[in-house]
Design a protein around this ligand. Structure first.
Ligand SMILES: [Zn+2]
Length: 264
């Protein structure tokens, strides 16, 4: 086992060797980012959710690493995206498959010796699967498991401090919110010449977290809105950078809080 001052030189699970992981695992919180590959309108790459998952969890872990031992796993790049199969670009797992993938990966982390495992989700379609995976993990093993979507854990901060509602639907899909985050992270991947997109539906005046409250699903609705939630015309790199800082800071505090829970 490492002491905190002897921690390995990288936060990235994949950069450590087996001995480093084995020594670090019992004391560390390990983060499993879960994302998707799917269309994000005509202007964003299909990699959007995976890039966000990777960037947000790494930035948050770097902050949390000043207080707690923490590692970030490679992103689970493929998620539950069957609702996007009507467009090119989705590489989707069914919900049953995704739950099985998360079960196997989290069991693998337990086999490596980890006891604090947090799944961070970046894609709305994964929501229930990720939470179920954490719930069942803590039933199978004497561990502490967590699961949350990044917009939910930082909801109050992104809506109030970050004024995310001015950009479009939060988090929406390929709208002003996600486009701002991409403009901050990888502007070379954003087709800004296509913006704004046709505005296909009204933006609610009060943002509402889609991960809370009733779940309403209407067959065929993704085709009606051409696969994006809002026109992204208000998106900016400056807004995206501010939101990334808010989200990372809030998520880092959550990692520290999670690490303090007592193990049985
Ligand atoms: Zn997305």
């Amino acid at each position: 086992m490492y002491t905190f001052s002897e921690r390995p030189g990288s936060l990235l699970f994949q950069e450590l060797n087996r001995d480093e992981i084995g020594r670090w695992a019992p004391d560390a919180t390990v983060i499993l980012p879960v994302a998707a590959i799917e269309q994000h309108g005509p202007h964003l790459p299909v990699w959007t959710d995976s890039l966000l998952a990777e960037s947000i969890t790494l930035q948050a872990a770097a902050l949390a690493n000043e207080e707690i031992p923490i590692l970030v796993c490679p992103v689970v790049t493929y998620g539950s995206s069957h609702h996007h199969l009507i467009y090119p670009g989705a590489m989707s797992l069914s919900n049953d498959t995704l739950i099985g993938v998360l079960r196997d990966l989290t069991d693998s982390l337990v086999s490596s010796g980890f006891r604090r495992i947090y799944l961070i989700n970046s894609h709305g379609g994964n929501e229930e699967c990720v939470r179920l995976a954490a719930r069942e993990l803590a039933l199978r093993h004497p561990v502490i498991a967590g699961a949350v979507s990044y917009w939910t854990i930082a909801w109050d901060q992104i809506v109030q401090e970050g004024q995310a509602g001015r950009l479009g639907i939060v988090p929406g899909h390929a709208g002003g919110f996600e486009t701002s985050l991409l403009l901050a992270l990888r502007p070379d991947l954003v087709r800004t010449e296509l913006l704004p997109l046709p505005n296909l539906r009204p933006i609610p005046s009060t943002p509402r977290d889609p991960s809370t409250g009733p779940l309403i699903q209407r067959h065929g609705s993704w085709a009606e809105i051409d696969g994006y939630s809002d026109d992204a015309g208000s998106a900016s790199a400056e807004s995206g950078q501010k939101l990334l800082e808010i989200i990372s800071r809030t998520l880092a505090a959550e990692f520290v809080r999670f690490h303090q829970f007592k193990l049985n």
